[in-house]
Write a protein that binds this ligand. Structure first.
Ligand SMILES: [Zn+2]
Length: 219
């Protein structure tokens, strides 16, 4: 594989600048799964995320560092094929257009808007989001990409979600971002108005109502 220009080089030795290390090294508590901080090597564009789960560990975003650092900065970075122009978010390292023979893609900053490809209404979830049920999980095509990204769609009644509806990206406050997909969510684009009620939306509303009642009953 050595010398294959279609593959990114992964550096085997990376010097991290440690700019953020002092923020967390002396303050690791037994708090369960917990984000502690990050290091970003500007020369190699490598992002390392520190997490704590009984003990401190880290994971490198490696090929996805550009995307992860973008989340921290409130930017969406995807990839684009230099041959056919197809864009991908989530990013793909190589173009999946069969005509391109896995051409290596290039990073490109994306517009923070998209359209809903498909969605589901969640009536059950993990503990951290139980009290926000029911909510919409949508697969969104960002900025005309050939891939779709799953994330929460907020700011509307669940039964008002529609295929093809325009959405925008809304970021968590900067200090809460963790270089993770949960650093942002989607909301309807400015000016979007839900369509009138119809039998399918009525059916979804009926399914949602018991969930609202159950959430209210939680302590
Ligand atoms: Zn291509």
């Amino acid at each position: 594989m050595t010398g294959d220009k279609r593959l990114h080089r992964i550096p085997d030795k990376v010097e991290y600048d440690q700019r953020h290390s002092d923020d967390f090294r002396g303050d690791v508590k037994e708090v369960g799964f917990h984000f502690c901080g990050y290091d970003y090597d500007t020369a190699e564009e490598q992002l390392k995320i520190y997490l704590h789960y009984d003990q401190l560990y880290y994971w490198k975003l490696a090929e996805l560092s550009k995307m992860g650092k973008g989340f921290l900065d409130g930017q969406l970075w995807g990839t684009k094929c230099p041959k056919c122009g197809d864009k991908f978010f989530p990013p793909r390292v190589n173009c999946w257009n069969l005509d391109c023979n896995l051409e290596k893609t290039e990073w490109v900053q994306l517009a923070q808007k998209g359209v809903v490809h498909t969605f589901t209404i969640a009536g059950w979830s993990g503990k951290s989001s139980l009290k926000r049920l029911p909510f919409v999980l949508a697969y969104v095509i960002v900025d005309g990409c050939k891939t779709a990204v799953a994330n929460e769609l907020r700011g509307l009644k669940p039964w008002d979600a529609e295929f093809g509806m325009p959405v925008k990206v809304v970021w968590a406050p900067k200090k809460e971002r963790r270089a993770a997909i949960t650093d942002f969510h989607f909301e309807p684009a400015d000016g979007w108005k839900p369509g009138p009620m119809n039998p399918e939306k009525e059916r979804m509303k009926e399914l949602c109502e018991p969930v609202y009642e159950w959430v209210k009953s939680m302590q």
